[in-house]
Design a protein around this ligand. Structure first.
Ligand SMILES: [Fe+2]
Length: 429
């Protein structure tokens, strides 16, 4: 009897030793859109690999459908070489405008239960977005309001225009893990669509490339992609290829050729999806005083402006979303430094150039950036309040933007309607 007990004790101790430090519980769950509206991508992390990567989902709590995906090992470039496994599962055959419940994981451990709603079909509906950049793990001022907005169903998608966590690679990528856990409270409920910023540069943007799953990620590692949503075509691209030359030199032409092809294809599809919207991290214009690239737009040489302004203008891009400056700035329609308003009293009614919005004030440990004392001639509105932008593409002719102030308890401090009877370069005539 004593021998049997001893054997059992040894067996229990062996099992405990074997499982010590095994972490297979899913965390950092987030959704993203794919090229198809009947699909949804689910991405999450575990710190040890699991035999399977599964999502159980359905229109009710029985979660009767199962989708299977894969995992990849991601080793951070820091001194500890911390490893984690990024699981990706694509849900297919989803019905439009339906609510789905899901959880993800494997027989070794499941996530909490989440919920999302698919997009309506076609182009005759009104997508709603929250848009911001530069949100960190520390001082994420907008996060609590976004959590309430999202969970009340205010948006169809989030657009995070670069600079995450500050920085994801810090503390051997523990800061990235903390940040991805923070945003799970919004990103597990709707597509969390991203662009890369300068704060993602470490180890050749490896945390950004590995942690997200944007459309076409296998070919472009999340650096550039486009997707269709309702009456809009949205293009995300990397401004960082122009600044981190060591990493970006071979990517500049690759991305530029892709941008041209994508804009050409979107132009041909404009009768169906009239709005073309771009999102990139570093703006062409700004009136901040921190000597970034955009400050040179005041008569100097802005690299992003030099590289991309003419291209976007020539294809009649309607709205350009930016971040990087830790402020909010709405520009009058501008091209090559010249204001191109629709009319003096209605600048955004049939504007003669793209409308630029810089929204990098969601909050991070670097806090605010200063403005020049006097606004630039192309300034429509600017604010140093923490906050984020809401964008609704109401229909084929009307797009609404408003700026939420966290400093003023959620007050809308700026709002405009962009009204366009025509889209494309012919709108500039
Ligand atoms: Fe930045």
């Amino acid at each position: 009897m004593a021998i049997t007990r001893c054997v059992m004790l040894i067996m229990i101790l062996s099992v405990l030793e074997c499982c010590k430090g095994i972490q297979v519980q899913p965390e950092q769950i987030h959704l993203s859109a794919t090229e198809r509206i009947d699909e949804m991508m689910v991405t999450w992390s575990t710190f040890n690999d699991t035999e399977e990567s599964l999502v159980k989902f359905g229109n009710n709590l029985t979660l009767s459908m199962v989708a299977k995906g894969t995992s990849t090992k991601f080793i951070d470039g820091g001194s500890e070489k911390r490893a984690q496994f990024i699981h990706r599962v694509k849900l297919s055959g989803l019905k439009p405008a339906e609510i789905y419940y899901y959880h993800c994981g494997s027989a070794e451990g499941w996530s909490p239960l989440f919920i999302f709603q698919t997009f309506p079909s076609g182009t005759e509906w009104s997508p709603r977005f929250a848009v911001y950049g530069d949100m960190g793990n520390e001082n994420a001022q907008s996060l609590s309001r976004l959590q309430e907005d999202v969970q009340q169903g205010m948006y169809h998608s989030i657009l995070h225009v670069g600079d995450f966590a500050y920085d994801m690679e810090n503390d051997n990528a523990r800061v990235g893990d903390k940040f991805m856990r923070q945003i799970e409270s919004i990103a597990a409920y709707l597509p969390y669509m991203t662009a890369t910023g300068n704060h993602e540069y470490a180890y050749n943007f490896s945390n950004y490339k590995n942690r997200f799953t944007m459309p076409n990620f296998k070919e472009t590692a999340n650096l550039w992609y486009s997707w269709d949503v309702g009456p809009a075509h949205i293009i995300s691209f990397s401004t960082e290829v122009y600044f981190f030359v060591y990493y970006g030199l071979f990517l500049i032409n690759h991305q530029l050729e892709w941008l041209k092809q994508d804009l050409e294809a979107a132009s041909k599809n404009r009768a169906e999806r009239p709005w073309i919207i771009t999102m990139g991290h570093r703006p062409m214009y700004c009136s901040n005083t921190d000597d970034d690239d955009c400050t040179k737009a005041n008569g100097g040489f802005s690299l992003i402006g030099y590289e991309l302004e003419e291209l976007f203008y020539s294809y009649g891009v309607d709205v350009e979303l930016w971040a990087h400056e830790h402020t909010y700035e709405r520009l009058l329609p501008v091209y090559k430094g010249k204001v191109m308003s629709g009319s003096a009293d209605a600048p955004y009614t049939n504007p003669k150039a793209p409308v630029h919005i810089i929204t990098g004030s969601a909050g991070c440990k670097e806090r605010h950036d200063p403005f020049t004392p006097t606004p630039a001639p192309w300034d429509g509105f600017r604010s140093q309040d923490y906050g984020y932008t809401r964008m609704t593409i109401t229909n084929r002719t009307h797009l609404y933007l408003e700026q939420v102030s966290d400093d003023k308890n959620g007050k809308i401090i700026d709002d405009i309607w962009i009204i366009k009877e025509k889209h494309g370069p012919e709108a500039w005539n």
